[in-house]
Design a protein around this ligand. Structure first.
Ligand code: ADP
Ligand code: ZN
Ligand code: ZN
Length: 840
């Protein structure tokens, strides 16, 4: 019997939206493992949940009344704490800042599907006709069909075709003895994987080797001799040597080889595989040198600090990141690199893996839960000092952090919206680095105005790289920096007036493409709308098809069978139906397809340039794993002349033969009712323009627009980030929007319009009352969301606005007070979004 623990109690945060910290007794046999950061299984009301121990303490100060009533922990899931101490503190900060529970924030820091949870399950005890009410009968019938296997309570809603679980009905059924409600514990969905391994038997049964016959046996023995005691995965050894199970059997029988099971790491394909070959070291150019000195200097000195690395596209930011990582590793420290969306930036990931090879773990959104668990476990065990990943990688369980790099820090994908925590990975990165005494590097050609403001205020150190890297010609000589490509604006309104516009591509853009085709150079075309045509309308009565479940019009998609099989699709819920050849309202056969999706532009290119080889990259062509990479590899090999796509083609691509970038419609998104619309448009245009003429060949950019005087267009034309930022900042200041103001978005959702609107109104009133107590706080709304209904749920928005000088905790308290008072009763949902990105 182990000695009773000195600190027999544990504070546990359950990994659910339930708020609070709960106290449990630690049984002596769990004493050593139930330390702060360990995941534990606990009884929670009628349920069983996974939680994280956040503190251990003694029972000295405990009221003798409560102490005996405390329940014991059921189990400890980790031999080593899953959440290191600094991540415990960081997730607590995230929870407080983003207005979610600590448990929700901790969940974001843990691999999904690894906890133990119970769910409520109903079992039927009575036949359907024992109940008179039709809904109850329906539930009992569904239970009867399951022959004793229970139905998870969450699925009862579906049986009745409803959105919410009929709690009331279930309670009545239970009270009448017609059903039984149980809690069933579900095992973890993701666990470590083992595989059969082979190794040479120890001690080797000497002498027998003479009796080995056959090339396969010899090959397998040689292979195993080369891998050592850890052995080789059997399947891999077979693939390498041509050996089979019978080869193993005969070697085993003679005591030469032994088989055993051992854990293996599941590695996602595509981004893994052997590390690419390291590029020869480059000599930094002066701006890179200055940036590297500042960053690496801070890392070496252990000084910490945040750097805003503002470098134009092609200025060599990645090289600076690599030197920062090197500095951290040389000091025995670890590093995190955040990239916006890994599938879109395989080139960037390859460049990080080349010099550091096996020291790098790559996390990405398309990993299976098992692959993710394996990577996470090994990161926690210190196997990988460098982690590259999307926003969630900011929570990677690394100790001894030296640097966090946030590449393309302005990208909206760093903000998580659903589920909570609604955090911004850039801000969490800055905070995590700060707490760890590490350096944070925020890099971009078009930094967010938030970061610019922080640099202006002296909170971040600004590093500028205003020129592209000097080009090295094929003969090995270097030339002056390649200038940023000239940008030309094509005014679509004028083109239409002079009747030169026939489709999506203007006369000048067609000429420019033709010239590239003639010279064997490549073109990137951006059209930020997928599908064929965004809207259909009846010429006669004005009918337009809309989604039955969402308040949006349906987009026409055309497949390779052409017009007759046109489909209508909802881009919000995925609903798909046939486009009928005639108007369902008036029978008119002349339906007009309005607007240009990527498919339609592709069709136009095929008509105008039948010889051109086109690759289309949008959500529809990249849904399969590895599809992005395949398209980009083909383009990189020169198997296509034109890469056409949505904003995916704007990001981080570096192809030497691309000399033309065409933006088919620069106005998409520019006029959205969002105060960041202009900033987003400028960023997108600057990013895509940066894809042209990055190497020896001079590039050119053509922007088609109906708003040639819009600030985003004018400054993109001149590659003038500072000019744009200056004008845009003045506007934000005048309106009190970020970076000069703080915002909290409130989204009220519900399955029924009237009650949802009423709840939004109650929130509005209550927020107004709370806001009066704090100077400067203002409430806007409620108003229907831009898309007022999604997947049958109605949506209303409110916005709470405060000056930047108000501490975030004061603003949070205002919103929290209303959440406690009004909440989200009656099957509604209210999402709070601190520092919202995108006011859709
Ligand atoms: P950014 O990330 O700023 O757009 P990159 O880091 O992709 O720029 O650099 C642009 C190109 O210049 C890449 O092909 C890169 O390999 C190359 N490059 C970067 N730094 C140097 C250097 N000091 N000398 C030579 N080539 C460099
Ligand atoms: Zn009609
Ligand atoms: Zn829909």
């Amino acid at each position: 019997m182990p000695a009773p623990p000195a600190a027999p109690l544990a504070q546990v945060v359950p990994l659910t939206p339930v708020d609070g910290v709960y106290t449990y007794r630690v049984p002596p046999e769990m004493d050593a493992e139930a330390v702060a950061g360990a995941r534990v299984v606990v009884p929670f009301g009628r349920r069983t949940l996974t939680g994280v121990v956040v503190e251990r303490f003694g029972d000295d100060d405990l009221d003798p009344e409560t102490a005996p009533k405390l329940k014991p922990l059921y189990d400890v899931l980790d031999a080593r704490p899953a959440v290191p101490a600094d991540l415990l503190a960081l997730t607590k900060w995230v929870a407080d800042y983003t207005l979610c529970t600590w448990g929700e924030a901790l969940k974001a820091a843990l691999p999904s599907g690894t906890g133990v949870e119970s769910r409520r399950v109903v079992h039927g005890l009575a036949p359907p006709d024992a109940w008179d009410e039709p809904r109850g009968r329906k539930v009992l019938r569904a239970l009867q069909e399951r022959n004793g296997a229970g139905l998870p309570v969450a699925q009862v809603a579906g049986v009745l075709g409803r959105k919410t679980v009929p709690q009331n009905l279930l309670r009545r059924l239970e009270a009448a003895g017609a059903v039984r409600l149980d809690d069933e514990v579900q095992e973890a969905r993701a666990r470590a994987k083992t595989a059969r391994h082979l190794r040479l038997a120890t001690p080797p049964a000497g002498g027998n080797s003479r009796t080995v016959r056959g090339a396969r046996q010899t090959a397998l023995l040689e292979h195993l001799a080369g891998v050592g005691e850890g052995g080789a995965v059997q399947a891999e050894a077979f693939a390498a040597t041509g050996a089979t199970s019978s080869t193993v059997k005969s070697l085993e029988a003679r005591g030469l080889v032994e088989a055993f099971d051992a854990e293996v790491e599941r590695r996602a394909d595509g981004l893994d595989g052997p590390a690419p070959e390291a590029a020869p070291p480059v000599d930094l150019h002066p701006a890179q040198e200055a940036a590297t000195d500042a960053i690496a200097g801070a890392i070496r000195a252990g000084r910490g600090g945040t750097f805003l690395l503002h470098g134009v596209t092609g200025s060599g930011k990645t090289e600076v990141y690599l030197r920062a990582l090197r500095a951290a590793l040389d000091k025995g420290k670890t590093a995190i690199v955040l990239v916006p969306e890994i599938a879109l930036t395989p080139q960037t990931v390859r460049r990080f893996r080349a010099p550091f090879g096996d020291a790098v773990a790559v996390l990405h959104s398309r990993m299976s839960p098992g692959e993710r668990l394996d990577a996470w476990t090994r990161i926690r065990d210190g196997r990988y000092p460098i982690v590259i990943g999307p926003r969630s990688a900011v929570f990677a369980p690394l100790d001894n952090l030296g640097v966090i790099v946030v590449d393309e820090e302005h990208e909206a994908s760093y903000k998580q919206f659903d589920p909570a925590p609604r955090y911004h990975a850039r801000d969490v990165a800055v905070m995590r680095a700060h707490r760890a005494g590490a350096v944070c590097v925020l890099g971009s050609a078009t930094p967010s105005l938030e970061s610019v403001a922080n640099a202006n205020a002296g909170k971040y150190t600004r590093l500028e790289m205003p020129d592209r890297v000097p080009v090295r010609g094929p003969d090995g000589t270097t030339h002056a920096p390649a200038p940023l490509p000239p940008v030309r604006v094509i005014d679509l309104g004028r083109e239409k007036q002079v009747r030169r516009l026939k489709g999506a591509l203007s006369h000048d853009l067609r000429l420019a493409i033709e010239a590239r085709l003639g010279r064997g150079e490549q073109t990137i075309l951006l059209q930020n709308r997928r599908g064929y045509a965004p809207v259909v309308t009846c010429e006669d009565c004005g009918w337009t098809p809309t989604c039955t479940d969402c308040a949006v019009s349906l987009t026409v998609h055309r497949d390779r069978y052409g017009k007759l099989s046109d489909q209508l699709r909802c881009h919000y819920c995925g609903l798909t139906e046939r486009l009928q050849p005639a108007c369902p309202e008036c029978g008119e056969r002349d339906l007009r397809l309005l607007g240009q999706g990527t498919q339609r532009v592709e069709e136009e290119i095929a008509e105008v340039f039948p010889e051109a080889r086109v690759l289309r990259m949008d959500l529809d062509t990249t849904s399969r794993k590895g599809a992005h990479r395949k398209i980009l590899d083909r383009f990189g090999r020169g198997d296509a002349d034109i890469l056409l796509g949505t904003q995916m083609v704007a990001k981080g691509l570096d192809f030497p033969r691309v000399t033309l970038v065409g933006v088919v419609d620069a106005d998409t998104g520019m006029l959205l009712p969002d105060f960041r619309a202009s900033e987003r448009t400028f960023q997108l245009l600057a990013q895509v323009a940066g894809r042209a003429g990055r190497h020896e060949l001079q590039g050119e950019v053509l922007l088609q627009t109906r708003n040639p005087d819009h600030a985003a267009i004018r400054f993109a034309l001149a590659h003038d980030f500072h000019g744009f930022a200056h004008v845009e900042m003045a506007e934000r200041l005048a309106l009190g929007y970020p970076p000069y103001g703080r915002l909290v978005g409130v989204e009220v959702k519900g399955p029924e319009q009237r009650s949802t609107e009423a709840l939004a109104e109650r929130w509005g009133v209550a927020l107004g009352q709370e806001a009066q107590k704090v100077a400067g706080v203002e409430v806007l709304g409620p108003a229907p969301a831009l898309v007022g209904r999604v997947k049958k749920w109605w949506r209303y928005h409110l916005l709470v606005k405060a000056p930047r000088t108000l501490p975030p905790s004061v603003l949070a308290a205002v919103v929290r007070a209303v959440r406690d008072r009004v909440g989200a009763p009656g099957g509604h949902r209210v999402n709070l979004d601190v520092d919202p990105v995108g006011l859709y």
